[in-house]
Design a protein around this ligand. Structure first.
Ligand code: ADP
Ligand code: MG
Length: 705
C-alpha cells in the first residue's frame, strides 16, 4: 500500500482553488502518465510533474520613451485616458492611454467589457503593466496586457513566469495558480538518492528541484540542462530502472524449467514452409532453444526490423514448447494482428498437427467457453490473442512459453500480469519490430538477453520512396489508378491528426469516399473504431484481392502482412514519427514485386520536417531511422506512447539524459545487489520513489519472491 506520507500528492486536484470538475476532467488525460484512462481525475502529483517548457521574463522595465521594437516589458504608468469605441462601431478596440513622464503608450482591448477595463485601469491612478510591445507606425501599443497590477500586487508578482504546455480550454494563468497551490502540499520526503552522487552533480533535493522548476529564478532554470530538471529526470529514470531490475530479479529468481523439445514438430513445420529460413532466423531460433532447454528462465528480446520474419521464429519456439508437453501463447497488441497470426499459424500448424486457438475480446459466449475449456485441458497447444489472454477466466493447462509481439505497445504491468498467470516458471520471448536504440531498449525492457534478425529474407527489392506535396494529389491518384489497373494492391494511410479520434475518422472516411468514387468497387476502409467482423471482412477482401486499395487510419501499422501489396500512400506524412513511417512502409516490399511508398506532405514544410522525410528516402535501415527519430522527436513520440501503456517519461528527456539513464541502470543494480528487498534506509526511501512514480507493481514483487 502506498505510504500515507504520499497521500497528499495523490489527492485530487479538484479541491484546489480555480480547479473545478470540468477542468479536472479536461486536464486528466493531458497530465496523467500515459494519458490515463477515461474517467481519471487529475491529482496533485500530475500538476507537480508538469514541468514548464519555457518562461516569460518580465524583468525588463524600460521607460516608455525607451520601449524596444518588440518583446515583453513591464512598465509603471499613470492611466491617462479611456477611449471606448464609438457606440456605432463595436468592432473597433477599446483603447486606454497611459503615461509615464517620458511618453505615451496605448493599451488596446478587442471585444472587451468596458466595465472590467474601467475597474482595472481607473483614470489618474498608477498601474504596473506587463505584456508584449507592438508598434502602430510610430506609436507604441500593447494589446491585451498579461498583467495590470497595483503596486501591492506587483510586489508579490514573480517577474519570471513559467510557461507550461497547455491544452485547449486550459489557460496558463489557471495552471500557474493550481501548481503554486500544489507545491504547498509537498510533504517532507526522505532523500532516496545517494548523497555523494547528489553532491557530485550539485543537485538539489526533490522538493527544492520541483520548486525551482515551477518558480524559476533565471531563464536557465527551466532549460534541459538545469540542475533541478536533471535531478527530477534522474529520479524518474531511477524509478524506471529500479522497477525493471526488480522485475528481472524476480523472474530470474523463479525457478525455470527445461523445455528441451524433441525437434519432431519443428521438422514438420520447417518442411511445410514455402521458403527456407534465413541464416539470421536459424541463429535466433538456436539462441532461443538453448535458453528454453536450460534450467534458467528465458528472458529474451528478439529484435528484427519490420519484414525480417519474426513470426516464424516465434512459431518454432512455440512448437518447441508443445513438443516438451507444455503450451505456448502468442500475445499481440491488436485484434487484426491476432487474427492474422492465427490464420498464418493455423495454416502451418496443420502440417504438424498442433491445435491453435484464437482468444481476443471478441470471442464471447459459448465459443469462448469452448476455447477456454480446451486451453485448460491442454488440448490446445498454441493460443494466439490480444491482452484478453490474461483475463481472469483464462487458465492454461501448462503454459511454458509466452511470446509477446510488438511489445512496446504493452505496459510493464501487462507483462507482469501475464507472468503471474503463467505461474512463475514460463519462458518469455519479447519481439520488437522497431529496432529501438539501446538507450530506449533499456528503459522499456531493462536488461534482457537480445537476439537480432540482422538480415531480411532474400529477394526483397528496395522500396522506391518519394516525398510529394499534397498539391500534386491528382497525379498521385492517377498513378495509383494505373497501378490498380495492372492488378496491384495498395494501402492509403490517413494520419492521426487531432487528439480526437472522431475527427481523424472523419478525415479517413472522406478520403475513402473520394477514392471510392474514382476506383469504384475496388476500395475498402478500416479503422480502429470499426466493428470487428466488419473489419475482418474488409481485411479478408483485401488479402484475397477482391479489394485493391485499402484506406485506413494507422491501424495497419503493426504487423499486417499482405505480400501482394506493392504501393503505399501516406497522407500528412510530416505528422508521423519516422519510426512509425518505417513501420508503415514495411507493409509493402514484402513480396518479390517492386514497391513504392509515397509520402504526401502538407505545404509549407519546415526545414527540419523536410530533412526528416528525406531520411526516409535515403534509407530503409530501421535502426538508423530510429536513432534519427529519437534525436528529432524524443522517446514518447517515437514509441507512439499515445496508443500504448508504456511508462511515459514526464520529466526525463532521453535525448538529453542518456547519460543519466546509464547511471540509473548501474545504480539500480548496485542497490539491489546490496539490498535486494529494499530494507535499508536508502531502500525504504527508494520504495517511496517507486510509489511516487507509480511503479508499485514492482514493489509487490518484493514480497512475492
Ligand atoms: P515481421 O518481422 O515484420 O513480423 P513477418 O514475420 O510478418 O515479419 O514476415 C514478413 C514476410 O516475410 C512474411 O510474408 C513471411 O512469410 C516472409 N518470410 C519470413 N521468413 C522468410 C524467409 N526465410 N524467406 C522468405 N520469406 C520469408
Ligand atoms: Mg510481425
Amino acid at each position: 500500500m502506498r505510504p500515507p506520507l504520499l497521500n497528499p500528492l495523490f489527492a485530487g486536484a479538484a479541491g484546489l482553488k480555480g480547479i473545478g470538475q470540468k477542468l479536472d476532467k479536461l486536464m486528466a488525460p493531458f497530465l496523467r502518465p500515459s494519458h490515463g484512462t477515461p474517467g481519471d481525475t487529475t491529482r496533485i502529483i500530475d500538476l507537480l510533474f508538469h514541468l514548464p517548457s519555457g518562461l516569460v521574463d518580465r524583468r525588463f522595465r524600460p521607460r516608455i520613451a525607451d520601449l524596444p521594437r518588440d518583446g515583453v516589458v513591464t512598465i509603471e504608468a499613470h492611466v491617462a485616458k479611456h477611449r471606448p469605441p464609438p457606440p456605432m462601431n463595436k468592432r473597433l478596440p477599446y483603447r486606454v492611454d497611459v503615461y509615464d513622464g517620458t511618453g505615451m503608450l496605448t493599451l488596446v482591448f478587442f471585444h472587451a467589457y468596458a466595465d472590467s477595463i474601467k475597474r482595472m485601469l481607473p483614470e489618474g491612478e498608477t498601474r504596473f503593466i506587463s505584456g508584449k510591445i507592438d508598434w502602430f507606425n510610430t506609436e507604441p501599443q500593447m494589446a491585451h496586457p498579461d498583467h495590470i497590477l497595483t503596486a501591492d500586487q506587483f510586489e508579490k508578482m514573480p517577474l519570471i513566469e513559467p510557461v507550461y504546455p497547455l491544452t485547449e480550454g486550459l489557460s496558463g494563468k489557471v495552471l500557474v495558480k493550481a501548481i503554486a497551490q500544489a507545491l504547498e502540499k509537498l510533504p517532507e520526503l526522505p532523500e532516496w538518492q545517494d548523497s555523494a552522487f547528489l553532491q557530485r552533480h550539485q543537485w538539489p533535493s526533490f522538493a527544492q528541484a520541483l520548486k525551482a522548476m515551477h518558480h524559476p529564478e533565471t531563464p536557465a532554470s527551466v532549460g534541459l540542462e538545469s540542475l533541478p530538471r536533471r535531478r527530477l529526470a534522474y529520479d524518474e529514470l531511477l524509478a524506471n530502472q529500479l522497477a525493471l531490475s526488480l522485475v528481472r530479479a524476480n523472474m530470474k529468481r523463479a525457478a525455470g524449467r527445461r523445455l528441451p523439445g524433441t525437434g519432431e514438430l519443428r521438422a514438420k513445420l520447417v518442411s511445410a514452409l514455402p521458403y527456407s529460413l534465413t541464416g539470421a532466423q536459424t541463429e535466433a531460433i538456436g539462441e532461443i532453444l538453448r535458453d528454453m532447454a536450460s534450467e534458467e528462465r528465458m528472458l529474451r528480446l528478439l529484435q528484427g526490423d519490420v519484414g525480417s520474419g519474426k513470426t516464424v521464429v516465434a512459431l518454432l519456439a512455440l512448437a518447441a514448447a508443445v513438443e516438451s508437453g507444455a503450451q505456448g501463447a502468442l500475445m499481440v497488441p491488436t485484434e487484426i494482428l491476432a487474427r492474422q497470426h492465427f490464420a498464418t499459424l493455423t495454416a502451418l500448424c496443420e502440417a504438424a498437427g498442433i491445435a491453435v486457438a484464437l482468444l481476443t475480446g471478441r470471442e464471447k459466449g459459448k465459443p469462448r467457453e469452448e476455447i477456454l475449456a480446451r486451453v485448460k485441458s491442454g488440448e490446445i497447444g498454441i493460443v494466439v490473442g490480444t491482452h484478453a489472454l490474461f483475463q481472469d477466466d483464462v487458465s492454461f493447462h501448462d503454459l511454458g512459453l509466452v511470446v509477446i509481439d510488438e511489445q512496446h505497445r504493452f505496459g510493464v504491468h501487462q507483462r507482469l500480469a501475464l507472468q503471474a498467470k503463467a505461474g512463475g516458471a514460463t519462458d518469455l520471448l519479447v519481439m520488437t519490430a522497431t529496432p529501438i536504440p539501446r538507450t530506449l531498449a533499456l528503459t522499456v525492457y531493462g536488461d534482457m538477453d537480445v537476439s537480432k534478425l540482422t538480415e531480411k529474407p532474400p529477394g526483397r527489392q528496395p522500396i522506391d520512396t518519394r516525398v510529394i506535396p499534397m498539391s500534386r494529389l491528382n497525379e498521385v491518384v492517377e498513378g495509383l489508378g494505373r497501378s490498380l489497373a495492372q492488378g496491384h494492391r495498395a494501402y492509403w494511410v490517413c494520419p492521426l491528426v487531432e487528439e480526437s479520434e472522431l475527427v481523424d475518422l472523419a478525415a479517413a472516411e472522406d478520403r475513402f469516399t473520394a477514392l471510392a468514387l474514382v476506383f469504384k468497387g475496388k476500395v475498402g476502409l478500416v479503422h480502429g473504431k470499426m466493428k470487428g467482423p466488419e473489419k475482418d471482412r474488409v481485411m479478408a477482401d483485401f488479402k484475397a484481392g477482391a479489394l485493391q486499395l485499402l484506406v485506413s487510419t494507422t491501424v495497419i501499422e503493426v504487423g499486417v502482412d499482405v505480400p501482394e501489396a506493392t504501393a503505399m500512400v501516406i497522407e500528412n506524412a510530416e505528422r508521423f514519427g519516422l519510426a512509425q513511417l518505417h513501420q508503415l512502409r514495411g507493409r509493402v516490399g514484402r513480396g518479390s514485386g517492386k514497391s513504392t511508398c509515397l509520402l504526401l506532405y502538407q505545404e509549407p514544410l519546415g526545414e527540419t520536417a523536410k530533412s526528416r522525410l528525406s531520411i526516409m528516402r535515403e534509407t530503409e535501415d530501421g535502426f538508423r531511422i530510429a536513432e534519427e527519430d529519437l534525436r528529432l522527436r524524443g522517446a514518447g513520440e517515437m514509441l507512439g506512447t499515445r496508443q500504448s501503456g508504456l511508462p511515459l517519461f514526464r520529466m526525463a528527456d532521453l535525448a538529453t539524459d542518456g547519460d543519466l539513464l546509464a547511471a540509473a541502470r548501474d545504480d539500480s543494480q548496485l542497490v539491489l545487489n546490496r539490498d535486494p528487498k529494499l530494507q535499508s534506509e536508502r531502500g525504504e526511501a527508494l520504495k517511496i520513489l517507486l510509489y511516487l512514480f507509480e511503479r508499485e507493481e514492482a514493489i509487490r514483487l518484493l514480497s512475492a519472491g
